[in-house]
Design a protein around this ligand. Structure first.
Ligand SMILES: C[S@@+](CC[C@H](N)C(=O)[O-])C[C@H]1O[C@@H](n2cnc3c(N)ncnc32)[C@H](O)[C@@H]1O
Length: 465
């Protein structure tokens, strides 16, 4: 049983098969499918099968594969298997395949019993191929239709010339490395190449034009660093914007805060340096001034710094302060909006933020108390009945918030809702009134992140049947 947190899926690797011996057990249609793949990759196939269909027979006659035995029994397998890099059990008899798999496993040779993951030690993923570029899709053998669907999507998205592009980049690697020995510099050059006209030229097979672009990149001065202030949305990774994803895939350093679930960080480039600068109430992992300094320091060292924030960076995200400090330090920056918690939580909870019948405006307020504990809020505005009030960071001050709204003129049976971990797995929605909400939240032990929505729109909550 794997330790908790250990990934139980199949571990993907790419295997060199050129010139390697591979045992294929079976001579029918299933074996033909695997045999074609193996021949494409330059394997030397040895076949054990009693009967060979016409395709396999043609391969044997043409000397492409060697037919080494008929009846599948342990004697023949034991003589052929040792020294094989892989074994495919590809007969249409599951029990025969399992016998082959068991034997290969005792010899420690990776084995695939076709369409039977249980006794297999490897499986062959669905592939998208463009020259040397391979994208493998595996669902651990559990959902082949999904794998096929994903393959179709990637097929349609991946340009036809991707193989040419990869071949071009490989052929110019030595030149770029000779001129730029630092990995970071090379990475930057190739990323700029891929983002610009160079990649387009190489994709189209125009190496002369691609070289011209590469020459310019190689001769340019080392580029200055930059900070990207990016909103990552409320948690569901499918709510990331395309631009956020692009920056996540290209950053050298990522400064992230505690609102970001792990699944979002998994979309960040694997070799980027991740720095946690999260702020929790009364517990600052890193003071704001230090976060600002960190961003400036990395950018001035020529790195592309991603300041990744939950929701939208300009909505209760201190994005304004951060860009002021960047301007002061002369560091260039870009800001990418994200879906703010109010939009994400309201949509996923089925509560419209405005409604023609009852809410002509929507007010975002913070429920965060001042250092002296006072809630310094525009109470008069908040008590207007023709609007929705969305309160961020309002859980620890919830009783005071609810009481304040009642004191300033809203009835105690005025509708209110809380959305906890909105858009994320385990999202919870509580609905009630200003008079009941604090007790409901305490009883349900609501914890951060959670958003409070106040107004008649809560009565219009609709959940899809
Ligand atoms: C410091 S503010 C940051 C807001 C963020 N910049 C945005 O635009 O959503 C943090 C507060 O946002 C709200 N919040 C953020 N993500 C949330 C989520 N997934 N579910 C519920 N509330 C969330 C909570 O009220 C939390 O205390």
């Amino acid at each position: 049983m794997p330790a908790s947190g250990v990934e139980t899926g199949w571990f993907p690797i790419s295997l060199r098969l050129e010139g390697a011996r591979v045992l294929l057990v079976g001579g029918g249609e299933v074996a033909v499918n695997k045999g074609r793949l193996l021949l494409d990759h330059g394997a030397h196939i040895e076949i054990v099968a009693e009967t060979l269909n016409t395709v396999v027979q043609e391969w044997v006659d043409a000397g492409l594969v060697r037919h080494v035995g008929g009846r599948v029994d342990s004697t023949i397998l034991q003589t052929v298997m040792p020294g094989c890099r892989l074994v495919y059990a590809a007969t249409d008899d599951r029990s025969v395949n399992r016998t082959v798999a068991a034997l290969a496993d005792t010899l420690n040779i990776p084995v695939c019993a076709v369409d039977d993951p249980e006794p297999s030690t490897f499986i062959t993923p669905a592939q998208v191929r463009r020259g040397a570029v391979r994208v493998a899709i595996s669902t651990a053998g559990g959902a082949p239709v999904l794998a096929r669907r994903l393959r179709e999507q990637i097929e349609s998205w991946m340009p036809h010339g991707t193989g040419q592009l990869a071949a071009y980049m490989q052929s110019r690697r030595a030149r770029v490395s000779a001129q730029y020995p630092e990995v970071q510099d090379r990475k930057r050059i190739w990323e700029d190449f891929l983002d610009g006209a160079g990649a387009e030229a190489a994709l189209a097979g125009d190496e002369v034009r691609a070289d011209a672009v590469l020459d310019v990149l190689l001769s340019a001065q080392r580029a200055a660093g930059e900070v990207w202030l990016v909103g990552a949305g409320p948690g569901d990774p499918d709510l990331l914007t395309l631009k956020a994803l692009h920056f996540m895939q290209n950053a050298d350093v990522v400064l992230y805060d505690n609102l970001l679930p792990k699944v979002l960080l998994e979309r960040v480039r694997r070799d980027a340096e991740l720095i946690f600068v999260g702020k929790q109430r009364n517990r600052h992992a890193m003071p704001q001034s230090e976060i600002n300094n960190e961003m400036v320091r990395h950018a001035k060292a020529g790195q592309r710094v991603l300041r990744l924030k939950g929701g939208d960076p300009f909505i209760f995200g201190r994005g304004g302060e951060e860009i002021e400090s960047l301007v002061d330090a002369g560091v260039s920056f870009r800001v990418v909006p994200g879906i703010t918690a109010a939009s994400g939580c309201a949509s996923y909870a089925g509560i419209p933020l405005t409604h023609r019948d009852c809410a002509q405006a929507c007010l975002f307020v913070t429920g965060h108390a001042r250092a002296d504990g006072v809630l310094d809020l525009p109470w008069d505005d908040m008590a207007d009945r023709r609007q929705t009030v969305v309160i961020y960071m309002g859980i620890s001050t919830l009783p005071a918030l609810m009481a304040g709204l009642i004191k300033n003129g809203l009835p105690s049976d005025w509708p209110a809702a809380i959305v906890e971990r909105g858009t994320q797995p385990g999202q919870r929605v509580l609905t009630g009134t200003l008079g009941t909400m604090a007790a409901q939240a305490a009883e349900a032990q609501v914890s951060s992140p959670a958003l409070v929505i106040v107004g008649e729109v809560v009565r219009h909550r609709v959940v899809s049947p």
